[in-house]
Design a protein around this ligand. Structure first.
Ligand code: FCB
Length: 455
């Protein structure tokens, strides 16, 4: 059984995650181009009180302090994303030297602090210039993305070993193109299906482009997940839960990448909307990623509902404990997602690339006391390590997020950080949960007993 003497324990990454638009600020500085979140958040009525990423946590200037903070916390890895239009203001073509220099210095500083950088290429900030050409709804997006991936790989591939192509392509498709509550604010199911399909093509093209730059790179994809349980053992509820799982979670993307087809549960639904010749495309998508990134926040019970488009409805559970996002707290769900992914697709390596919670935090005299977040992290980490003990090849865990930040449509009204950001002064204060995570991470252990043994 793995314990503190587990030789793998040292290699396990204990990190924190962020995304460029959520923390950097200064989206147009030094020659960078606009992105869809810049335009969306500046459009009246889209975000909480009109909040934008114009300043965010000012990480664009404060990154040395943030790297020092991570070092103090004893993190062994940091997952961040590159703002595509900082490197390529128009998305393709001419590159921006100041943007290249920014990420170049950040990576050097992380390595000097002995923190392994994991780079996400696309965490939702598509260059506006490409959105005007149709964005992910345009099949050419795969080629645009590969050009960007190659440039980033050329710049950082000598120092960054692990790369994530896309962050949560399902959220991009559904929140951005079906519900319209995220950038680019479109509501069209045919566009949604194309965005799913083209992101998969883009992932594969970027995978190849990165490997062509540096053969030794490990390239993965990060997928969103909500654990799903059927409301009852009756067949219609069980089927509804299977449908919900395939549509919202890793199967929609890992089925094509592992088996060259869309999940059988969804094929009938998707064929009504997919672009012509999708069958040939999907067969060619069979290219298992080197690792799979799984994000997890919450779990739900689901029942059959013939009136709903996808045939399922989420069971209302007014008594369930929730975070400030209204998301139900279900630590066993992260174990469920990890073991389901392992059973169905046998990924070579898995990272929990995001897990965390928003609560209402206040800066007091003696710091920021957030016992609910510490309890959330403890419970979830315990479940991750239980899945690992049972044979799921989990190689790392990343808290969302290092810092409080711009929580998309919710603006700065939701705080996910293990470090508090006092926005008017930009002061950083490590929350109690951050102190707990630091003392746990410093042990460099993968024994789940250590979670409880850490005060
Ligand atoms: C995920 C996003 C991340 C953050 C968390 C709370 O869906 O990837 O940027 O907003 O949710």
């Amino acid at each position: 059984m793995p314990g503190p003497t587990d030789p793998q324990a040292d290699a396990f990454l204990w990190g924190a995650a962020t995304a460029a638009y959520q923390i950097e600020g200064h989206p147009l500085a030094d020659g960078a181009g606009a992105c869809i979140w810049h335009e969306f958040s500046h459009t009246p009525g889209t975000t909480y009180r009109g909040h934008t990423g114009d300043l965010a946590t000012d990480h664009y200037h404060r990154w040395p302090e943030d790297v020092a903070l991570m070092r103090e916390l004893g993190l062994s890895a940091y997952r961040f994303s590159i703002r595509w239009p900082r490197l390529l203001p128009e998305g393709v073509g001419r590159s921006n030297p100041a943007g290249l220099a920014f990420y170049d210095r950040l990576v050097d500083a992380l390595l000097a602090a002995e923190i392994e950088p994991l780079v996400t290429l696309y965490h939702w900030d598509l260059p506006s210039a490409l959105q005007y050409r149709g964005g992910w709804a345009n099949r050419d997006s795969a080629g645009w993305f590969a050009e960007y991936a190659a440039l980033a790989g050329r710049l950082l591939g000598d120092r960054v070993r692990r790369w994530i192509t896309l962050n949560e392509p399902m959220v991009v498709a559904v929140d951005g193109h079906l519900r319209g509550r995220h950038a680019p604010g479109i509501r069209n199911v045919f566009v949604t299906a194309r965005v799913i399909h083209h992101q998969l093509l883009g992932h594969v093209a970027a995978y190849r482009a990165l490997k062509a730059e540096h053969g030794g790179l490990a390239v993965g994809i990060t997928l969103s997940n909500t654990a799903v349980w059927p409301a009852t053992a009756a067949a219609p509820d069980v089927e509804a839960a299977e449908m919900a799982h395939a549509w919202r979670n890793f199967p929609l993307f890992l089925e094509p990448l592992t088996f060259g087809r869309y999940p059988p549960e969804l094929t009938e639904l998707l064929t009504a909307y997919l672009p012509d010749a999708w069958e040939a495309d999907v067969e060619a998508m069979r290219l298992p990623p080197d690792f799979v990134g799984l994000n997890y926040y919450s779990g739900e019970r689901v029942r059959h509902d013939a009136r709903s488009w996808l045939g399922f409805a989420v069971v209302q559970e007014p008594e369930a404990p929730r975070t400030a996002m209204g998301w139900m707290i279900r630590p066993e769900g992260i174990h469920r997602i990890l073991t389901q992914a392992h059973a169905r697709y046998r990924p070579r390596s898995v990272f929990v690339t995001e897990n965390g919670a928003a609560f209402v935090d206040r800066q007091g005299e003696g710091g920021v006391h957030d016992p609910a977040r510490t309890a959330y992290l403890r419970a979830h980490i315990r479940e991750v390590l239980r899945a690992r003990e049972e044979g799921v090849p989990v190689d790392g865990y990343f808290v969302w997020s290092l810092l409080d930040n711009f929580e998309w449509a919710r603006g700065y009204a939701r705080r996910f950080g293990i470090v508090y950001v006092n926005y008017p002064t930009q002061e950083r204060v490590v929350k109690d949960s951050g102190l707990w995570y630091a003392s746990f991470a410093r042990k460099r252990t993968v024994a789940k007993e250590a979670v409880d043994a850490t005060a």
